[in-house]
Design a protein around this ligand. Sequence first.
Ligand code: TPP
Ligand code: MG
Length: 595
Amino acid sequence: MNERNPGDALRRDVPVASSTHGVWGSDAIAALLRAMDIPYVLLNPGSSFRGLHDSLVNYLGNERPQMLVCLHEEHTVAIAHGYAKVTEQPLLAIVHSNVGLMHASMAIYNAWCDRLPVILLGATGPVDAARRRPWIDWIHTARDQGALVRGFLKWDDQPASIAASFESLLRARQMAETAPKGPVYVCLDVTLQEEKLAGVPALPDPSRYRPPAPSHPSPELVARAASWLREAKHPLILMGRVSRSLDDWNSRVALAEAIHARVLTDLKVGAAFPTDHPLHAAPPGVFLTPEAAAVVRGSDLILSLDWVDLAGTLQQGLGNDAVRARIIQVSMDQVLHNGMSMDHQGLPPTDLYMFCSPEPAVDALVRELGASSAMPATQARRKADSPPMAASPISIGMVADALRQALDGREACLLHLPLGWAGDMWHFRHPLDFVGSDGGGGIGAGPGLTVGGAIALKGSPRVPVSILGDGDFLMGATAFWTAANARVPLLAIVCNNRSFFNDEVHQERVAKTRDRPVDNRWIGQRIDNPAPDLAMIARAQGLDGIGPVTDASELVRVLHDAVIRVTRGKAVVVDVHVQPGYNPAMAAGMTRAHG
Ligand SMILES: Cc1ncc(C[n+]2csc(CCOP(=O)(O)OP(=O)(O)O)c2C)c(N)n1
Ligand SMILES: [Mg+2]
């Protein structure tokens, strides 16, 4: 992430200088973590890693990695995940034995489905039963702790010596950062952490354990794909999980322009292509809009750049009709498919399979096709400001318009969007304009993802902005305390419809199918009576909390004030009461019949 000013540090609790009083197992582990040069470690404390905790504070001085305290283990991983969405780099998260890992599990699943790296450290009570304290060490020891989350980890380990811990940590990082990326977990025995050492053993050099350079597709495959792309009359590029690099963005633009391919992008993942480019065929969505489905149907060649759900997209475009278009798949995703969860999605037909990440494939195709990637990143065709807004009720689209005006020309990075968002509400013109969704559909991730993204953006001119549902905000709200504590500026706007509204849409559908009263759809869904005071929840944690805003004519002024506060270093939450409602593609996609 090259926009960041490296001098812009987060607030750090500085320990009293210590004489070391000998060296302990966890000091050696901490020494390697320092050598691995990872800036932050997210944690919620636990006695199972009290040795490591002490080493991070008193041996390393709480610096590189610097502790960021979280109020829930789910936030530790969600914040690391949010950071990786911006930087593509892992942070460390430490979770307590058994219970901490259980708390963290949904966030691990989200990072897994999003194919983003997080290095989780955990611990276990003494593996040697003879050394366990009564009761507590027994309930916080597991025979195989990794088994709790192994189905959505790239790798896990429980090393039994310091030397093995070194290897384990180096391997964990190498694997987390190798495409397709993902979370990894290393469980450290408390006995190992607390054993006294004669000295810190010689450390391995982490630079010799880096991830491999990206694999490149063979020249034959590139040549064949290029000739298919040239021959195609209606080529379509589905731009899925791609990097946050601007050079890679420009290469994708060059490729699409070289073959006049139409392009679709996906709100499930980060921005991949300028949405106001003439070749961008339909606004991005979580599900295909009818317009996008028509583009899929009309294509004779589809190039998937690690598109999240290619089979499902073909199905949405073609229904039960046969897939006649040639399909080129560029993805390494299958190495993660393990059968625990079905996040591998349907199996698409594939006529040419490039087993690599999108970036080397795009570069090779651009070279083969003789296209230039030198064009500027964005063709500024700014969505015009909307006229001043009339009185309430407020829609999510009005919040988007007001935010655009409130930013007053500043660049923003959208770190999260609510379920009611529609792809035509905002143009993406840079890979950091939007970093994608939660990955695994785990509600409550939005706040942590916001804080993590904002940590990554601290010192950058981009305003970190996230727009959240009220259900998402409330489930994860205490993640924001970490931003206040570490002095991380951010703007979180809650589109508050006082409901888990997504499920009202489901209940309405079921009621209609069964000819039962639609009027009851709100029961068991509404977050009202009493309505939680979201701004007060923000203020209670040391953030600025504004709202509820109920009058549309106030929106631009309130959001502008909030943006100014963010530029002055504040973390700000604005509660906006919006009317419930989803765009038709979202409502239809969400509530499709099973089977
Ligand atoms: C952890 C978790 N629990 C429940 C759900 C089911 N669920 C999907 S969307 C949703 C409602 C989210 O509410 P909110 O963030 O306010 O967005 P809205 O639906 O109101 O637009 C729920 C409960 C989920 N996806 N994840
Ligand atoms: Mg809601």
